[in-house]
Design a protein around this ligand. Sequence first.
Ligand code: CU
Ligand code: ZN
Length: 213
Amino acid sequence: MIKLSHPLPLLASFALVVAACGGAPEPAPQVPVEPAQPAPETPVAPTGATPGPEASEQADGAAPAVSVVVPIEARSNSKLNGSATFTETEGGVKVAVQVSGAPPGKIAVHVHEKGDCSAPDAMSAGAHYNPENHPHGLPNGGERHLGDLGNIEVKADGTGTHEIVAKGANLKEGAPNSFIGRAIIVHEKQDDGSQPAGNAGGRIGCGVIAQGK
Ligand code: CU
Ligand code: ZN
């Protein structure tokens, strides 16, 4: 195809070569003109552009849901075993509790004010966590203690689960209405919603709500 005697066919075939090689022929003319500049400029542009998108992606993903898993240990000579997972959600803290070795039926679960499970009867955990001085209540009632989480439904085999969002609570250490540094208590009886604390009887399980453990 290349015929040196005819300029037009030569240009046409050169264009074909350029097209076939993609962008390769372009740097070649630049090198003789400005040998130093094209090389540095080419790497700088992509490197400068890359951190922009990455930084914004990190900002978007910088707030993963804070989650705390709390083992619940037996108290008051019970055979209870369990755990609770606390996760910050929009407007509150989602609490997912699971127990085994529990008495069948409904049993109360609360967040109590002190993160202290040291007493054999868990009375060291103090009263229901109630930072806003409300009356005691059940989840679907009106006002209630921030730590009032309702009842776990326990099956005949002694296992049960319960999930609830404690609206207004958070997991920020030292912040008002934080569950961090409190205790989760499982009771032997149902919380009937009565004052002052639901008449739920003894404390058969206790776990300290602490971060990073
Ligand atoms: Cu309680
Ligand atoms: Zn209460």
